[in-house]
Design a binder for this molecule. Structure first.
Ligand code: SF4
Ligand code: SF4
Length: 333
């Protein structure tokens, strides 16, 4: 692959990541004005924005279980379920590409360590003996949520939860989490930002249970990064540039649940035919095809949901208006 083509892959990745990020910022801002109008009893200048429900993956997991076990598709926050299904589908088919290409938190995390590197001239590495147990934290959190929701909660219990006033205003609660931030939340977010500037993908690598779940699923993905030893010139550029700190130059195939399919390694490999995304270990997938598959699968699903009426909440403006004044007294049942 030519140097210009390799640089182009990186540019496309930034373009996809930051486009999604700014779409989410736009959705969040619109939702803020929507909620303000609801609080004042005025006519909202914009409609309720479903895409922010992507930040409710625990509810998405509950709705997913209900859909699989009872065939009931949550109509209160259907976008949470659609985005959750999209993330699961991407991870099962195309490595942890939801994290590497779509997730706005992943994008922020990526931007933070790059900024840190620009300011300090380098990023730091957590010692190996600490790195491994710390990385297990996110899988422990994943196991906790899976146990509570998939094992302990019955479909009837989930149905009950998804019909509570709490779930009906869960997106408003989420907004208030940021707009009316408590000192403890502010300090925690500040610390996370600090660590994210110093260490590559601190949140994603050590703490995100959503990423933990998607990583475990991504082990099933038929698409993996594959190194062809005969063409490799052993320059180590792939490993040096891997945001997940994987020893790409030492492996024939990257099976790690930490690989996000970001293609950064491929885009830094100077040897033609040495490093590729490959299907079932054999068929090479050109970067353009991989990227098109990620984007079209995820946004195609959202488009299909919109066209089939499974994107917008069924909670009416009147119902929401009657709940929002009491939002602080609505707690998790
Ligand atoms: S191995 Fe390659 S695709 Fe996987 S995370 Fe590292 S740089 Fe990205
Ligand atoms: S960047 Fe390419 S040539 Fe260099 S070690 Fe990695 S696979 Fe081999």
């Amino acid at each position: 692959m030519e140097k210009t083509d390799r640089a182009f892959i990186r540019k496309i990745r930034y373009a996809v990541q930051w486009s999604v990020f700014f779409m989410v910022i736009y959705a969040g801002t619109s939702f803020y004005f929507f909620v303000r109008a609801v609080e004042r009893g005025a006519v909202p200048p914009v409609s309720r924005t479903p895409s922010i429900e992507g930040f409710m993956p625990i509810g998405g997991l509950m709705a997913f279980k209900l859909w699989i076990t009872n065939g009931i598709f949550d109509s209160i926050h259907p976008a949470a379920l659609i985005i959750f299904i999209g993330a699961l589908a991407l991870s099962t088919l195309l490595k942890k590409s939801f994290c590497g290409w779509i997730c706005p938190v992943g994008t922020l995390s990526d931007g933070a360590w790059r900024t840190g590197r620009r300011i300090l001239g380098r990023n730091f590495a957590i010692p190996r003996r600490l790195d491994y147990p710390l990385r297990s934290l996110k899988y422990i959190l994943t196991a906790f949520f899976l146990f509570i929701i998939l094992v302990k909660m019955s479909p009837a219990g989930i149905t009950e939860f998804l019909n509570t006033p709490y779930w009906k205003v869960a997106d408003v609660k989420l907004l208030k989490f940021f707009t009316e931030m408590s000192p403890a939340t502010g300090i925690t977010l500040g610390l996370l930002t600090g660590f994210s500037l110093l260490y590559k993908n601190f949140w994603c690598r050590y703490l995100c249970p959503y990423g933990g779940l998607l990583g475990l699923l991504s082990v099933l993905s038929p698409v993996k990064i594959r190194r062809t030893g005969a063409n490799c010139i052993h320059c180590g550029s792939c490993a040096r540039n891997c945001p997940a700190l994987l020893p790409v130059d030492k492996k024939t195939e990257i099976r790690s649940p930490e690989c996000t399919g970001c293609l950064t390694c491929v885009s830094h490999c100077p040897a033609r035919g040495a490093l590729d995304a490959a299907l079932a270990g054999r068929k090479i997938i050109r970067p353009g095809i991989f990227i098109a598959a990620v984007v079209s699968l995820f946004f195609g699903l959202i488009l299909a949901a919109r066209l089939t009426g499974r994107w917008h909440s069924s909670v009416t403006y009147e119902e929401l208006s009657s709940l929002v004044p009491f939002i602080n007294s609505l707690s998790h049942p």
